[in-house]
Design a protein around this ligand. Structure first.
Ligand code: SAM
Length: 227
């Protein structure tokens, strides 16, 4: 079978499965996952594994999340809205998840901007290059810093997604979440039991609820784990 054909078919099968199992909850998330080529955000030698539903190594001990996690977080963030959304991602990694969020904002007509923070400079630069190549230069801004402190310069954010596991929800992120905003963040042990939590803010108060068990690399920083 021709390699390009093979990838196309495997992608369709994966997205069908994610939709059927409820990880993909809206047509915009489905379309975004169709439009953004996961293989282009992977190291060359892993491109052929792009449509396997598992995390893959992107080097320096870090990973790109499994597609079902991308689908679940993009769906749970409710990125389709009536007004433009400011989205903050902590943990740029490959840049793929930021591209997916930007694509949902674009496709749904919601509009807005994705700010994504990565603590490892080399990964941030690679992600920036990939995002530019994929056409997201104007929709996504990559920042190198400690995401446990958020990014006060553009706060507040309507949506925050954290793609590394924190020992607790960082105070700065709660403070930088807008009224009516939603944050998804894995919380738990450094390499053990972790739970994806949803934090919402209403009337100035934050409420937290558990979504499901997850496995993420640790969030390292001032209000995260130590190295
Ligand atoms: N969202 C990514 C993607 O689409 O490829 C996957 C992220 S990977 C599971 C987690 C990332 O979080 C790693 O690249 C890691 O370096 C980064 N990270 C860990 N602690 C961080 C911090 N305090 N601030 C910013 N990034 C952090």
């Amino acid at each position: 079978m021709n390699v390009a054909m093979d990838i196309k078919e495997r992608k369709k099968q994966l997205l069908d499965r994610l939709e059927k199992s409820g990880y993909i909850a809206t047509r915009f998330v489905r379309q975004a996952m169709e439009n953004v080529p996961r293989e282009d955000f992977l190291p060359e030698e892993l491109r052929s594994s792009a449509y396997e539903d598992r995390p893959l190594s992107i080097g320096l001990g870090q990973t790109i999340s499994a597609p079902h996690m991308n689908a679940m977080m993009c769906s749970g963030l409710k990125l389709e809205g009536a007004t433009p959304l400011k989205v903050l991602e902590i943990g740029t990694g490959s840049g793929y998840h930021a591209a997916l969020c930007a694509e949902v904002l674009k496709l749904s007509g919601t509009g807005g901007h994705v700010y994504t923070i990565e603590r490892i400079e080399v990964l941030a630069q690679e992600a920036k290059d990939k995002l530019e190549k994929a056409g997201y230069k104007d929709l996504v801004t990559v920042i190198v810093s400690d995401g446990t402190l958020g990014h006060p310069a553009e706060a507040p954010y309507d949506r925050i997604l954290v793609t590394a596991a924190a020992p607790r929800v960082p105070r700065a992120l709660v403070n930088q979440l807008a009224e009516g905003g939603i944050m998804l963040i894995p919380v738990g042990e450094k390499s053990g039991h972790q739970t994806l939590c949803e934090v919402s803010k209403s009337g100035g108060k934050a409420a937290q609820k558990d979504v499901c068990g997850v496995v993420f690399v640790p969030l390292i920083g001032e209000d995260g784990f130590s190295k």
